[in-house]
Design a protein. Structure first.
Ligand SMILES: [Zn+2]
Ligand SMILES: [Zn+2]
Length: 267
């Protein structure tokens, strides 16, 4: 299994997850031309995608989904609430998902779980295949225990670390927006992300990417310091943490099993 972070933040989110020939575009929130270019950079054409997987309908996650899906006949996997908001003309491309069920897409089992966020039926995902396990959860106001459970034993966790409370409250956002971001249906603070990872205790994710960082109310330094401090205190200082970039493709991860398979036998 391999995962690329193409972009992550309120200006547009986009990841690719690939496993044994199954390629999923997870989020489609950047302009279509850029997504096409990014796919091209890893040797993929939009027609080759097995599916577009969306967490929710906010524009920074879904902007180009309808166009890409209809132009290239790629099905969209999302909750009914998200699919409804997209106004798909061709409903044969809609694949409605229910939280708690398992949906095999090619070689990958897609396992959606409900998260608290201010839109209709937002989801997070756990992806499992013969070569790896990854989970992604961004845009959630807090982490209920049934969500935190999804982070256990994954090889890669992509988790929102949206804001530093001090930067948010002393920053330039209007009061209502500060309330929205920090509310139970808003976004996750750095400390809340750290606590959620730490709650996995003896079954933590092997690698963590902190994602959807606010450009106004956070910085990679703030996110990394806060999360690392919490993990160290809880005996998880060994878990590697990186931060995604707002608009750049900056991270690629390959699971240990997939890496072994790529190595020549007698190198
Ligand atoms: Zn978002
Ligand atoms: Zn959102």
């Amino acid at each position: 299994m391999q995962v690329w972070s193409f972009a992550s933040g309120s200006d547009g989110n986009c990841y690719v997850l690939e496993s044994e020939g199954t390629s999923l575009l997870v989020e489609c929130g950047r302009p279509y031309s850029q997504i096409k270019e990014l796919l091209d950079s890893i040797g993929l054409q939009p027609d080759e995608l097995s599916g577009i997987v969306l967490t929710h309908a906010h524009g920074d996650h879904s902007r180009s989904a309808r166009f890409l899906s209809q132009t290239h006949r790629v099905p969209i996997y999302a909750s009914r609430g998200t699919l409804g908001a997209l106004n798909l003309e061709d409903l044969s491309l809609a694949r409605p998902l229910d939280s708690g069920k398992v949906y095999p897409v090619g070689q990958v089992d897609v396992k959606p779980f409900a998260v608290p966020h201010d839109c209709r039926e937002p989801l997070g995902f756990r992806f499992e295949s013969g070569t790896g396990r990854a989970a992604i959860a961004t845009d959630l106001g807090w982490v209920p225990s049934n969500v935190a459970r999804q982070f256990k034993d994954v090889d890669l966790l992509v988790l929102e670390a949206n804001y530093d409370p001090h930067l948010l409250h002393t920053g330039t956002y209007p009061y209502f927006l500060k309330q929205r971001v920090s509310g139970t249906y808003g976004h996750l603070s750095n400390a809340a992300a750290g606590e959620a990872i730490a709650s996995c205790q003896d079954r933590p994710p092997a690698v963590v990417w902190l994602a959807h960082l606010s450009e106004h109310n956070n910085s990679p330094k703030h996110a990394l310091q806060t999360v690392a401090r919490i993990l160290r205190r809880r005996g998880l200082g060994h878990v590697p943490i990186k931060t995604t970039h707002h608009r750049r493709s900056n991270l690629r991860w390959t699971s240990a099993v997939a890496r072994e398979r790529q190595l020549p036998m007698f190198a």
